[in-house]
Ligand binder design. Structure first.
Ligand code: FAD
Length: 366
């Protein structure tokens, strides 16, 4: 989010300094593992659709500016038991915004993509215009373009103090002092470490998540071009996944659950807990193919808010410090649109899509 905002600010000729505790892209935040899904007919709420569509347009513009892949239109299938609130909202979102959406029975899904083995009674909604974003390529591209436009990036740097005066913000790093008119805090799971320097704590909980790559004896069934991106919304669990995009295999992660991370921010290695391997393996063997084998797993972080909607607002008590955090495991697809809108807000311009629903006042904080 920070690199996207930094890129759009430099495109508008602003002077930008960016600070990161690591060297992005890296494995200590929420963006690694190469790929992220973008869906338009949004199950989390139809109010997200304008942002998703605007973000999609910006991803396609970014794709034009670089040699590396940014977006691939794999299509995305959301499936699960009938009578499910999320799937009903997918359908409502598509209706409200006239998005192409195909309703499919389990039999039709298994026939069209033989890599699926869905049981009778499940229903699917296929969005042909959605697909997969290459998250690490995107981060590298924003970083390169922002630096080319003149942004300074301080990597492996830790904020020691922040002083926010009426029309000036001073950020002290180990060996630098940065002085600017405005500050945007987009530190993912580390956001409260930074806002605590201004005596503000936000309602966010970092959660340890896992994802894994799987192989099968019929790899051609799961290749990009043959198999879609997908999301499963069950009664007690939610999963998502990607076709084999780079020969590493089918990628699957569990969306709900996970273990809250303590203050150290340290993530226990993949395989530390029995559920790391078992949950996705059981899911894959039930819904895909019985011969599926796990090849590799990784850990990652969701930074959740209490309602899983985002936090984008001025920090309480400050008119020149903005925060964007709490992307709750579904924020990446919007990063282009949010980055552009954050840049506009910081320049006192109207954003293309309103971000007002993400204000802090819904948690009684303002
Ligand atoms: C496994 C997994 C799968 C996901 N799948 C999807 C998906 O399919 N579709 C989707 O839309 N979203 C998905 N998401 C969610 C999405 O990736 C996140 O919402 C998004 O990356 C959040 O962006 P961010 O900029 O807030 O956080 P990050 O990308 O983590 O960036 C925060 C940056 O802040 C830096 N930082 C942290 N602390 C400090 C500090 N104290 N000082 C300075 N810098 C600091 C970090 O080093 C990091 O570079 C997924 C997330 C995970 C973990």
């Amino acid at each position: 989010m920070g690199l996207a905002a930094g890129y759009y600010l430099t495109e508008s000729g602003q002077t930008v300094a960016m600070v990161d505790a690591f060297d992005p892209p890296h494995e200590a935040g929420s963006h690694h593992g190469k790929t992220r899904l973008i869906r338009h007919a949004y199950g989390e709420g139809s109010s997200y659709v304008p942002l998703a569509l605007h973000a999609q347009k910006l991803w396609e513009e970014l794709d034009e500016k670089t040699e590396v892949p940014i977006f691939v239109k794999t299509g995305v299938l959301n499936f699960g038991p009938k009578g499910n609130k999320f799937l009903d909202t997918v359908e409502k979102s598509a209706r409200e915004y006239q998005l192409p959406l195909q309703v499919m029975t389990a039999e039709e899904i298994n026939h069209r993509w033989p890599g699926f083995q869905l049981s009778e009674g499940l229903i699917g909604y296929f969005e042909k215009n959605s697909g997969v974003l290459f998250s690490e390529n995107i981060i590298r591209t924003y970083r390169t373009l922002a630096e080319k436009n003149g942004a300074d990036l301080y990597t492996n740097s830790h904020v020691q103090s922040i002083e926010a005066k009426k029309d000036q913000v001073i950020v002290k790093l180990e060996n630098e002092e940065l002085v600017g008119k405005k500050l945007l805090i987009t530190a993912g799971k580390g956001t409260n470490q930074v806002t605590n320097l201004l005596n503000v704590t936000l309602p966010i909980t970092p959660v340890r998540k896992t994802f894994s790559w799987f192989s099968s004896t019929e790899p051609s069934l799961y290749k990009e071009g043959t198999f879609p991106g997908w999301g499963y919304i069950g009664k007690e669990s939610t999963y998502y996944g990607f076709p084999d995009m780079d020969g590493k295999g089918l990628k699957i992660g569990r969306h709900d659950g996970g273990r809250p991370i303590d203050n150290s921010g340290e993530l226990a290695l993949f395989g530390t807990y029995p559920e790391d391997e078992q949950e996705t393996l059981d899911f894959a063997r039930e819904h895909f193919s019985k011969d599926i084998v796990m090849e590799e797993g990784r850990v990652c972080t969701y930074t959740n808010t209490p309602d899983e909607d985002f936090i984008i607002d001025y920090l309480p008590g400050y008119t020149n410090v903005m925060v964007a955090c709490g992307f709750s495991g579904h924020g990446f697809k919007f990063a282009s649109g949010i980055g552009e809108s954050l840049a506009n807000l910081l320049m006192n311009k109207e954003p293309a899509v309103s971000l007002k629903s993400f204000r802090l006042r819904r948690f009684g904080v303002s």
